[in-house]
Ligand binder design. Sequence first.
Ligand code: PEP
Ligand code: MG
Length: 594
Amino acid sequence: MSASKEKAMQGVGVSPGIAIGRALVVARNPVQVPYRPLENQEQARREVERFQSALAATRAELTAARDELGDAMADYSYIIDAHLSILQDKMISQRTLDLISRQKINAEWALSLAEAEAKQVFENIQDEYIRSRFSDVAYVTELLLRHMSGQNHSQLSTIREKVVVVAHDLSPADTTQMDLDWIMGFVTDMGGPTSHTAIMAQAKAIPAVVGLERVTSEVSGGDFVIVDGSSGDLIINPDDETLHDYRDKQEAYELYAQEILTQAHLAAETVDGRFLDVGANIELSEEVGTVLTYGAESIGLYRTEFLYVSQATLPSEEDLFANFQAVALRMEGRPVNIRTLDIGGDKFASSLELAPEINPALGLRAIRYCLKERELFKNQLRAILRASAFGEVRVMFPLISGVGELLQAKEVLAEVTEELSAKGVDFDPDMKVGIMIEVPSAVAVADLLAEHVDFFSIGTNDLIQYSLAIDRVNEYVAHLYQPLHPAVLRMVRQVVNAGHAEGITVSMCGEMAGDVRSVPLLLGLGLDGLSMNALAIPRVKQILRQASARTWRDLARHALSYATAAEVSAFVDRELGRHFSEIFGPVPADPGAR
Ligand code: PEP
Ligand code: MG
């Protein structure tokens, strides 16, 4: 294919599918940052003015980009809103103005000092997601620098041929400039699964690989590239054999995606007539569009922490209500389980001052934090209750360890309910109340807990962490994190039995629920619903529709007789091969495989 030698790079596949074509490297010549010491007050005044007009021009540019988003992308306007709020944040704007006058330096230099200070602050943040949001600050700084230097043109708006866009990073403002019909794939140096590129690419079903670090220096404009958005592979100047292989893979994937997406909306009914509720886990209200495309029947877990980590101040009841109401309305009567704030542990909020703890996973986390910070908790509960007037909204408490704690949480809910009734505010008086089962003590007393709630949802991410004593974010013990450990399976079984004995539904919303290799076993263990990353839904439904609940109930019983995770795993693999040879044979990369 090419005279150059084939080269492969590995990034993070964030939007599945395969793109093959010519690269367009979006050149962002680094903006020069000149240094000019200022000699007098008049020069300082001029620099302040230059900076203020760059602020105004950048604000106008971002606002125009937001207005142009169009219906299909309207959900993503919050990303541009985030850029607009960074523009106003005193960390950047006020600090730059201070530096101009105090240090008597030109606006560009002052701005890059302010950016460097912000970078230090972000680097000290524990939470990976928030740390990664420094890229937004860098993006806004670059826009400002471009306005001050007068180099604010972009080649994105002129794309008129099919290309794979290779960029350092892409923001929604960048994407509004492109006609997406010409874009076959995206690859970027920066970004992870929650980056803007990832969210936008998924929404538009464009294959994307992010986090390649140096891709803009490795690929030249016009190079032939292959983007595998499922595996995260990028091949530059492939040789004929590779190209041939990938063309086959592309064809197979497209057929597969077409078939699986057309079936994604069918119910997850097993061959012997058992229905499972297959739902999605979300962190942002804007994900609802993608969730529905991929066939979710509910939102099994709405993690609400993002509302607290995305801003410097606490969200008001109105902010929360508007957000929950929007999700409820867009789900049109499908269930939405809103989990109350699960902050602490590995989850950190910029708007909350959490005390440093020696052992945060065992510390003031989730429901414990909320029971201590009553006003914050009540604020959230009020918003959830009010949203229940607009759909099938349910409340779910995380990290419940026993009946005493659950009753305390329910008492606060009852107080809030009374307050709202007294004020004549609309809400669903029968709103369902559920808990996450993710602490081993809750498993032990699941029968007692079941008497007080309408549903259980098993959070295997934490349940495995706490029961096997494996820190879920510690790479040194990652190999010991075993969902198929007999202890985990027994706990799942115990929770299902306890819930069913009391007549309540038992679902699972940890990562295990979206793992296609575990799904038939979970069916066999008797779960009523599974909630997962939306992209995994079509595949999971496909498997459930081909499975027999009766057969897997027997197989699950058998799996429970093994003593080690390795034995269970070997048994499950064997049975999957036997019952789903088409699926678990060599299959094209799939959206659920991430
Ligand atoms: C879990 O613990 O399994 C879960 C779904 O919650 P989170 O990952 O948000 O703690
Ligand atoms: Mg959890």
